[in-house]
Design a protein around this ligand. Sequence first.
Ligand code: NAP
Length: 255
Amino acid sequence: MSLSGKVALVTGASRGIGAAIARELRSRGARVAINYNSSREAAEALRRELGEGAEIFKADVSKRQEIKKMVEDVVRTFGGLDIVVNNAGVMELMPFEQLDEERFDKMWYINVKGPIYVTLEALPYLKRSRGVVINIASIAGLGTALTNTTYYAVTKAAVIMLTRRLAFDLAPYGIRVNAVAPSWIETDLTTRGRTREEVERAKSDIVNRTALRSVAIPSDIAKAVAFLASDEARFITGQVLVVDGGRIDYLTHSV
Ligand code: NAP
């Protein structure tokens, strides 16, 4: 699954799953654009780790003008664009009956409008390369019952439908569009504001609901992304690859 000669843009690659995806794609020979918004130091550390063939690009994915400039900078730096990974995302937890409009809008703009803006701005270059788009969704978007995740789940369901629709819209240009839907992974997204004890409790709750009796790690998602980005997946589009170890509480979620 060599990605040699390819240029990949990974949004939200400064930390967590995005950083693992950037590492994986680089290790397979792609040159990688590491997008970050606020974590400049972490993005720079990753660039140093990945060495030549990696660069950092600041942009807030919820702001179209910033995305436009970033994509132009990426193409100027690397000479083209073949792979877009829409990974940047946030999770704002709230009970359904306590809708916080501001937090919901923030989540909607980053999780849903972000992939739309990035794909739109990348499209002229992806048409040239007959490239690929991979969206990081979540099993939340397929219907899980984790407390306070209703609004987050709605954003991820939108990402899944966006993936399916774009597969049709962009197929005439030879562009494939797929999603990866991870289950719970220990990152800042799932640990922020929680004590170590609470995180361990959440983890063991997930382990108990997982056929393979463990939780995923970021590189599990990165390897699925690398496969979908590669020519090995040349006839796969419009799919959601669930990476969750077999969640026994809702076996109907695979699509
Ligand atoms: P994370 O550790 O919190 O990292 C989030 C990343 O998104 C950071 O690199 C952050 O960059 C970036 N980001 C946030 N807002 C941004 C914005 N406005 N513009 C550009 N980048 C922005 O989260 P994660 O767990 O790795 O999650 C990555 C993706 O996987 C998300 O889409 C998430 O919904 C999805 N996911 C996660 C899990 C899980 O359990 N962890 C499960 C299923 C799906 P800066 O710090 O530089 O701002």
